[in-house]
Design a protein around this ligand. Structure first.
Ligand code: IVH
Length: 664
């Protein structure tokens, strides 16, 4: 990479990482998986290593994450609360050992290895053996004083157990991880479900949110737990193993699995064994923490940036889950390659819902031995589309069906072919993809379905991420699908899904025009809508019937019948109309209220409410049944109800009856 390119990339990475770190550590919100964020950090780390001149003090590699939130008073940590560098492979671990050797070539290393809990760090300060302060990490230097909440955590002793030790040293600091057990987390979500509240994402976020609740009573009900992993105060410990022993004597829970390792091989063994145990533990762990056991050596090795040189976090590979392949469908990519995509029973992997997995090509399906209906292991490694890594053949029922590559392109129905020596099948129709892209642009455009905020740029993104192949796919998109795309924060994703939902209601004429059928322009679409009155009737129309329409020639007629008789298209077309509410044209109708939604409240002076609703529909508008963000206008008659207040609150425009009539 050229220096100038590296600079641009580094700047972009910093901005993006900072954005996600802020969401995660300050707001306790998550838009991309940790695996994805980790790999961004990894790339930045490596680039900065290569071009050290671009390392700045504000780089995410140079600081501990998060700013303290303003709700709690601040606590300055007596010693900075550090972070750990991550290792994702054995090479990373060996690289770390090399760096240790460079600093201290003669030192004899043994290691202490323990699980890395996926909760949040907490610092506890005891004065004369009594709990004085509990503080979050915050930005590492200054955290939040959450003592009132910490007091509710049963596993935090309010008084240290060993009187001898606490008499010896007046101020003792203990650090560790606050977490929610999996059992408690599931219980909370079950209760929320019953109460009709949305489920929480994961235990870590829930624990973080809970610890920063302003009402300690709510915190107490949640049953947070604490496990200690460090004793920054010198109580005579010479190794980290002794430190754990002391923590136990002081009355803290420590990692029951932790071990001392004489050789690095033992560290790898522990890593593997812990990984296997992972699902049996009642708390989430995301790796192990390995550190130089000797306290003196640990200190001598010092701090690099935000992390102690003597410790490293070995992370488990990306999270996996199992699901069922309900179907395998073909997506046509930008270059014409046909990619089989597994449609999965939705499953939560690493905090996001996964419904599709790429299968790459037929050879990959063969290699996996995958059939439709199989139970599979899905792995998400920070990618938009996750992978299927294994088929669980033992779970077969006998009803599984083998997959066959179709002989024709599912979009344009032209033959597909595979060139000698190539794994990929291609659509042979040169026009197919360009057409498809253009059709999407047309389909969502102002004169088409008029999907607010959805233009060519986003269509490209959705197509490139293989999220959409036919227009029907647009209406199956979920917030989770679009969140990983560049530029999609929570709100943007919500807005897009909302716009799509709004666009579902479409007058017949605009729908026909949106299809982009050759020779069918805006006026023809209007004429067709008027003549046939419904999609079904138009689908069944013969060329002769179509030609009876004034001004409509044989070219349009044959183009239309060809369009509707195409077998490959039929499937997605039916899927598409099932997603939409296509409005029949009304006699004497206008398009004056096109795309706008209305709701009436109170007694109208000049007509009944039903008449008013019909008027809206006749003129292309939509009638909603409740005030929501989706509503464009609330029309008020005499003695309107509580809807007005709600509409004002949501910023919905309020009209008088006269103003409404003025729109027509
Ligand atoms: S030792 C130098 N040990 O991982 C920092 N940390 O990035 C001292 N964590 O926020 C960390 N389990 O809260 C250590 N057994 C463990 C841990 C652990 C989880 C967290 C810690 C910190 C993060 C380090």
């Amino acid at each position: 990479m050229k220096k100038s390119e590296a600079k641009i990339r580094i700047d972009k990475l910093k901005k993006e990482i900072n954005h996600h770190r802020y969401l995660y550590h300050v707001l306790d919100r998550q838009e991309i998986s940790e695996a994805a964020l980790d790999s961004l950090k990894d790339e930045l780390f490596k680039l900065e290593d290569q071009f050290p001149e671009f390392v700045t003090a504000d780089s995410p590699t140079q600081r501990v994450a998060g700013e303290p939130s303003s709700q709690f008073s601040k606590v300055k940590h007596s010693q900075r609360m550090l972070s750990l560098n991550d290792a994702f492979s054995s090479e990373d671990v060996f690289g770390w050992l090399e760096r240790l050797k460079r600093v201290d070539p003669n030192a004899a290393y043994d290691f202490f290895a323990e699980t890395k809990m996926d909760g949040l760090a907490l610092s506890l300060v005891y004065l004369n053996g009594v709990l004085e302060t509990g503080a979050t990490r915050g930005n590492g230097e200054v955290g939040e004083d959450v003592t009132v909440n910490v007091r509710t955590i049963e596993s935090v002793p309010l008084q240290l157990a060993s009187e001898g030790l606490s008499k010896q040293v007046a101020r003792i600091e203990v650090r560790g991880e606050v977490y929610l057990s999996k059992t408690d987390f599931n219980k909370i979500n079950l209760e929320r479900e019953k109460a009709g509240e949305p489920a929480y994402m994961n235990p870590r976020n829930t624990a973080a949110g809970t610890l920063r609740q302003l009402d300690p009573k709510l915190v107490a009900a949640r049953n947070l737990r604490f496990m200690a992993y460090a004793l920054p105060t010198n109580l005579g410990q010479e190794t980290h193993a002794e430190e754990h022993q002391l923590l136990k004597e002081l009355g803290f829970a420590t990692d029951p699995l932790a071990v001392t390792c004489q050789k690095v091989d033992e560290v790898f063994d522990f890593f593997e064994a812990t990984g296997k145990q992972r699902d049996n533990l009642d708390y989430q762990i995301d790796g192990i923490v390995v550190q130089v056991n000797s306290t003196a050596l640990f200190q001598r090795l010092g701090v690099v940036g935000k992390a102690p040189r003597a410790a490293i976090a070995m992370k488990f590979p990306a999270e996996q889950a199992t699901s069922i392949v309900e179907d395998i469908q073909i997506q046509v990519g930008r270059t014409g390659v046909l990619t089989p995509v597994a449609h999965l029973r939705p499953v939560r992997v690493a905090g996001t819902i996964v419904q599709r997995a790429t299968l790459h090509n037929v050879d990959e399906i063969k290699r996996l031995g995958l059939k439709i209906g199989d139970t599979v292991i899905v792995e998400k490694a920070g990618d938009i589309i996750p992978d299927i890594v294994e088929v669980m053949v033992n779970l077969r029922t006998g009803k599984e069906r083998p997959f066959k590559m179709p002989k024709t392109c599912p979009v344009c129905a032209e033959p597909t072919s595979r060139q000698d020596g190539e794994v990929a099948f291609y659509c042979t129709n040169n026009d197919c993809l360009a057409k498809q892209r253009e059709q999407f642009y047309h389909f969502v455009s102002k004169k088409g379905l008029d999907v607010d905020g959805l233009g060519p740029r986003i269509i490209d993104q959705l197509m490139d991420a293989d999220l959409i192949t036919t227009p029907a796919d647009l209406f199956k998109l979920t917030k989770e699908d679009v969140l990983p795309l560049e530029g999609f924060a929570e709100l943007a994703a919500e807005n897009l899904i909302e716009s799509l939902n709004k666009a579902r209601v479409v007058p017949l004429a605009r729908f026909i025009f949106a299809l982009g059928i050759r020779h069918v322009g805006e006026q023809t679409a209007l004429d067709l809508a008027k003549q046939f009155g419904s999609v079904e009737k138009l689908q069944q129309a013969t060329p002769e019937q179509i030609e009876t329409i004034h001004d409509l020639g044989p070219a349009a007629a044959s183009s239309l019948t060809k369009y509707f008789s195409d077998a490959a298209r039929q499937k997605y077309f039916n899927e598409l109309i099932a997603q939409l509410q296509i409005q029949k044209p009304q006699q004497g109708a206008s398009n004056k209220l096109n795309g706008k939604s209305y709701l009436f409240t109170g007694t109208l002076a000049s007509m009944t409410r039903d008449d008013a609703k019909a008027l809206v529909r006749d003129n292309g508008g939509q009638v909603l049944s409740a005030v929501s963000k989706n509503l464009d206008y609330l029309v008020t008659g005499d003695a309107p109800g509580s809807k007005v207040e709600k509409a004002m609150h949501l910023g919905v425009k309020i009209l008088t009856e006269k103003e409404f009539l003025g729109m027509l």
